[in-house]
Write a protein of this length. Structure first.
Length: 320
């Protein structure tokens, strides 16, 4: 695969490359020559970090227009870069800004797109991606379009790896869209979250509609506290306003891969499984013995989560 050029659109988090962009450099190196597109207003140590993670070239656009994320200048600059020397593949992380840029770029270039990929490979000039909706729900998708092909990869599909080395820098100018920069960032508000980061947690306790009412979600939080675990939730109770969106695990929420995932009062709909199906061990608590979550559970407890959760919390506390 050494003849394939793979470009990673690099999102910036603070003053560093987003961790998901570093994961994609691992995929890019496996497929061929890894390159990175870095558009920001303060590259600081970003270039060095990208080189250490395997980028052979960083296409750098250092411009104030990228101070706050707006998709249009990213798309215009990226479109010009790839039209002049098209890579075989462009990889995008599984973030909302990346999805915005990828969708607009696909329309601009009339390129094929695959979203939600968990693995990417080439068979000759054909790209083959595994698209996952949980551990037992996967499909193989092929793209035979002219390059560049666009693929968005799910979180933790690849591990970020430092391999040493440095990247050659190709400085490029920012491109103003034909319609001009119509959007300006007026204010950025950082959502406040409590407790452990869901996406990095090794143990997660999640609650769902089976808990009955918002007040009962505290039972999930109590068990999580004793296990030093992160707290998650199903879409149903997020939509109902029980907990913030930042708690949501699923296809439209967070994708997690913990060692242990405890699902309390969660039926196991495919949307939820898409976000936690790759957990190493799943413990399910549900009073419906036919709940789909039991099909993937390593340990299933048929019973009332409102009774079982407090007993589990007491047992863990006593074992300490």
């Amino acid at each position: 695969m050494a003849d394939k050029r793979v470009l990673v659109w690099t999102e910036v988090a603070g003053d560093a490359p987003h961790p998901l962009s570093l994961e994609l450099l691992t995929a890019a190196r496996e497929l061929g020559t890894a390159e990175a597109a870095l558009f920001c207003d303060s590259p600081s140590n970003c270039v060095d970090t990208l080189g250490q993670h395997g980028a052979s070239t960083v296409h750098l656009c250092n411009d104030g227009v990228f101070a706050g994320f707006v998709a249009e200048p990213h798309v215009a600059t990226l479109a010009k870069l790839v039209s002049e020397n098209p890579p075989d593949l462009i990889l995008f992380p599984s973030t909302f800004p990346a999805r915005d840029v990828m969708a607009r770029l696909a329309g601009t270039l009339q390129s094929g797109v695959i979203a939600n990929a968990t693995a990417v490979s080439f068979d000759g000039d054909s790209l083959i991606a595994t698209v996952g909706y949980g551990a037992d729900n996967e499909a193989s998708v092929t793209l035979d379009d002219q390059p560049p092909l666009l693929v968005q990869v799910r979180r933790k599909a690849y591990a970020a790896e430092e391999v040493g080395g440095s990247a050659e820098v190709n400085e490029i100018p920012a491109v103003t869209p034909d319609s001009g920069n119509r959007v300006q960032v007026v204010e950025t508000v950082q959502e406040e979250t409590e407790g452990m980061n869901l996406e990095d947690a090794s143990v997660i306790v999640s609650g769902g509609r089976g808990l009955g009412k918002p007040e009962n979600f505290k039972l999930v939080e109590d068990l999580a506290a004793q296990l030093n675990a992160a707290v998650g939730a199903s879409r149903a109770i997020v939509d109902a306003g029980w907990v913030p969106y930042s708690y949501q695990v699923g296809q439209t929420g967070k994708t997690v891969k913990p060692s242990v995932y405890v699902a309390a009062g969660i039926s196991g709909a495919i949307q939820h499984v898409a976000g936690m199906g790759n957990s190493q061990h799943v413990i399910a608590i549900n009073n419906d013995p036919e709940a789909p979550i039991f099909e993937m559970a390593d340990l299933g407890i048929v019973g009332d989560a409102l009774t079982i959760l407090p007993k589990l919390t007491e047992r863990v506390q006593s074992e300490k």
